[in-house]
Write a protein that binds this ligand. Structure first.
Ligand code: URA
Length: 279
């Protein structure tokens, strides 16, 4: 006896599925299962040992001392599992970058080098300075050809984008050598804002560092990224710039880096930069 019933909803042996039939959603148990490491994360002490914070034993002691936090909460138990790509882990309040697939370098760009990874006119570039340190490096924002100092290069696209974008308001610090002496009310004037041809600009801080033989060295902090902004601003208030050096970008400082040198940022520096731009 033929027991198969061919009603409207059930296709016959050679008919395939009628188009209007919807397949039932996949049962959760039938979905691809993530591998164990991704699902459960890695042990905190292993991740931090790999990041160079200290041996596993040292990290366990730090946990006992309440020195480690994950996503803002102090870790109180040993053996916690974390996701190094997503969790924000801090030691003594300092965020530590845990990803190994991203690198960020600080350069002390000399005057004369252009901020580009290559140049069809064969001028010296930042790209020549970094060579093949890592694939996919981009420079974070720009310095004028004549400006020296701190420039970051990274293969972390989102970090580069956020650091360069004015909406994240990352402060940049510059030392400028200017002609003439600086009027006493200059800091107040620059903090209040000055009108340039492409719109007003305000500084976050301004101070005179040194004055000698008709020249002054001033420190300017601002979170603007417009072209030639420091030179234009200071020229506008009667202080033409003869030398300009960027000395800090947010929490990262140039300090004693020699002109033309490069160093990889520490995990704490990358962590602090990410924190500054909400990553
Ligand atoms: N402001 C300038 O005028 N030049 C730079 O390179 C950076 C900021």
């Amino acid at each position: 006896m033929d027991t198969a019933r061919h009603d409207d909803a059930t296709p016959g042996p050679d008919e395939g599925w009628p188009e209007e039939i919807e397949l039932a959603p996949l049962h959760p148990a039938d979905r691809d299962r993530p591998d164990d490491a991704a699902r459960e994360g890695e042990r905190l002490q292993k991740v931090l040992a790999r990041a160079g914070v200290g041996s596993r034993r040292v990290v366990e002691n730090m946990v006992d001392q309440g020195r480690i936090s994950v996503n803002g909460r102090t870790v109180t138990v040993q053996g916690m599992r974390v996701d190094p790509e997503r969790d924000r882990i801090a030691v003594d309040g300092v965020r530590i970058e845990l990803r190994d697939d991203r690198v960020t370098y600080a350069l002390n760009k000399p005057a004369g080098v252009i901020t580009a990874m290559s140049d069809d006119r064969n001028r010296p570039t930042v790209g020549d300075m970094v060579g093949d340190l890592a694939p996919g490096l981009v420079h974070v924002g720009r310095l004028d050809q004549d400006t020296e100092g701190l420039l970051l290069v990274t293969n972390d696209g989102e970090l580069a984008h956020r650091l360069a974008h004015p909406s994240y308001e990352v402060r940049k610090t510059y030392l400028a050598q200017v002609s003439g002496s600086v009027p006493r009310d200059m800091a107040r004037r620059l903090r209040a804002g000055v009108g340039l041809e492409d719109g007003p600009v305000k500084v976050d801080s301004f101070k005179v560092v040194d004055t000698h033989a008709g020249q002054s060295v001033v420190e300017v902090v601002l979170h603007e990224g417009r072209k030639h902004i420091v030179r234009r601003l200071l020229a506008h208030v009667g202080l033409p710039v003869s030398r300009l050096t960027r000395t800090a970008i947010g929490p990262v400082k140039l300090e004693r880096m020699r002109s033309g040198s490069i160093r990889r940022l520490t995990r704490a520096e990358v962590g602090a930069l990410k924190e500054a731009v909400g990553l």
